[in-house]
Design a protein around this ligand. Structure first.
Ligand SMILES: [Mg+2]
Length: 365
């Protein structure tokens, strides 16, 4: 099989209503991606996720460098292609950020092609592990800009709809407000629902020590991204000092950076995101690294779960997957949760193929 043509795209899918966490505000979810065409009639779709800012720079990397380098290549040589792009002309300015997220889009499209060629959903092509269902937890009721009333209403509805895990955002200017919101949420969801909180890097080590300890009384399943994601040392201090486990990974770009976190005991739930680490090829290496430390994988869904459902379903130490339904409607086979669990995809590929009408409707480049 040979790659004959590539085409980049940017889609902006509206988020209704707009959301914030402690450091981000978003009105749209951005998909910066690539369609890869082959001489056997199979087309692969891959994308990375953004807050609809900077995605034009990601596809610029594809248009100028990664795309032309793919022409004539065999998609089944995905790891060789990955190395060539990673260590090619972009290496001087790359290794993380824009270029690495562009690499993720390319890599995902190549795995989509291989699974389609094998006529299998990606989770089976990768060696299926979970023949039943993947537990989903819901993040979409706990945004920081929600009033306390809306927060309570949303998490109540989420639990009533069958979810047994919820996550809310914290990191308000006054942490006493976070405490009040957490207390209210734990009260309405009861003791049996697992409850996570996400600081989105807003705290410093002192705030995290103080308020991490105080919030433990709400029986938190994990404390997510409490500090700057480059600060392994202080995450280690926090992990040693707190009973609540530390979760992070959505801003960690490589297996080397994960190695430092994992080996130092600075992370306890590994949230490696396929759209961040340069795609499926590197994601699987991080998952293997975590497995050797008996650490569970619970990916952050920069892809909104379309690709990660396959990865969790084929990875022994992956235990749960985040659910945010913002963009599901645009896909030929949308990520679907029933009774609090993902329904495993059945169509061949990585569930990245987009319905043409939505592709045209939301395309901005
Ligand atoms: Mg997070």
């Amino acid at each position: 099989m040979k790659i004959t043509k590539v085409e980049s795209f940017v889609l902006h899918v509206p988020i209704t209503p707009p959301i914030t966490d402690a450091i981000n505000a978003a009105t749209h979810w951005g998909l910066a991606g690539i369609r890869i065409y082959t001489d056997e009639g199979i087309t692969g779709y891959g994308y990375t996720g953004t807050t609809a800012k900077g995605d034009e720079m990601i596809v610029e990397t594809i248009d100028r460098y990664y795309g032309p380098a793919l022409i004539g290549k065999d998609p089944f040589m995905v790891k060789e292609i990955w190395d060539e792009l990673r260590f090619g002309s972009m290496h001087w300015i790359g290794r993380a950020g824009i270029t690495h997220m562009a690499l993720a889009a390319v890599d995902i499209a190549l795995w989509d092609i291989m699974a389609k060629a094998a006529n299998k959903p990606l989770w089976q092509y990768l060696g299926g592990h979970k023949s039943k269902k993947i537990k989903a937890y819901n993040t979409n009721g706990g945004w920081l800009n929600w009033s306390k009333e809306r927060l309570i209403k949303d998490v109540t509805e989420i639990v009533e709809s069958g979810f047994t895990g919820v996550k809310i955002k914290v990191g308000k200017p006054d942490p006493r407000e976070d405490y009040d919101r957490c207390k209210a949420v734990r009260k309405v969801i009861g003791d049996d629902v697992i409850f996570m909180i996400d600081v989105n890097q807003q705290w410093n080590i002192n705030t995290a020590m103080t308020w991490g300890k105080k919030l433990e009384e709400f029986d938190l399943y994990w404390l997510e991204e409490p500090l700057n994601p480059d600060d392994v040392m202080n995450h280690r201090k926090l992990a040693d000092a707190l009973n609540v486990p530390i979760a992070l990974g959505e801003h960690v770009y490589s297996k080397y950076a994960f190695r430092d976190y994992i080996h130092q005991g600075a992370v306890e739930y590994v949230q490696v995101d396929v759209t961040r680490v340069g795609g499926i090829t590197e994601w699987m290496q991080v998952a293997g690294l975590a497995a050797s430390y008996d650490l569970p994988i619970c990916p952050h869904v920069g892809d909104m779960g379309q690709i990660h459902q396959h990865l969790v379903a084929s990875t022994q130490n992956a235990i749960m997957l985040e659910y945010i339904p913002w963009i599901r409607d645009i896909f030929v086979e949308p990520a679907t949760v029933k009774d609090g669990h993902y329904v495993l995809p059945e169509l061949p590929g990585a569930s990245t193929e987009i319905i043409p009408a939505y592709f045209d409707k939301y395309r901005v480049r």
